[in-house]
Design a protein around this ligand. Sequence first.
Ligand code: DX5
Ligand code: ZN
Length: 228
Amino acid sequence: MIIAPSLLAADFTRLGREAARAQRSGADWLHLDIMDGQFVPNISFGPDVVAAVRPHAKKLFFDVHLMCLKPEILLEPFARAGAEEIIVHVELGDRVGPLLWKIRALGLKVGLALNPPTSIAEVQPYLDKIDLLLVMTVNPGFGGQSFIHECLPKIQQADAWRRDRKLGYRLEVDGGINNETAAECARAGADTFVAGTALFRQRNMGAAIRRMRQAALDHKPSVADLQR
Ligand code: DX5
Ligand code: ZN
């Protein structure tokens, strides 16, 4: 079970030290939310900030979530900045295929995301081309929102396809993730958990990460569950 704190909830006056705190606290990945004010109604930070943070958390896997209308112009700058995975949104339509190819060609891991209103059927054509599927559990654009429970069946469906087709993509959830919702998502098949408020806003981040990981592990479906 991968725990990925979202830097969007960190103290913006000291992003490098916050990334180092996440690494010291036992996080596996750092989730970096890139918002352009067009694809989503908010603006966060760009490649220069990611490059500045990179040396402070050398051991963390940099999971870059592009909520941008023109990701084509951003792939190389984020690759240079230290991204190890880039996630684009399936709502970009017929530009998705070429985008996934370009991310792969840059030597990075390939992620695909879908928003709560989007049908899980939209991602089917790409499942054998990705390393990670991100099921958004809030409408993207802001941290601190409430988890949308109607997204759980999409996680179950994506997990069933993964098993039936013997595919290896990770199943990531993002938005309103805390110990309770992480447990529900794990039961549905998720294995990668993005959390901003529930981790960066905790004084003892290490304890918060351990609790979230245990909550997910305790609710991971057993082989018997999956055969039922
Ligand atoms: C929202 C972002 C999330 C967000 C999560 O658009 O993609 O990563 O930062 O924050 P919390 O965990 O506070 O909902
Ligand atoms: Zn995100």
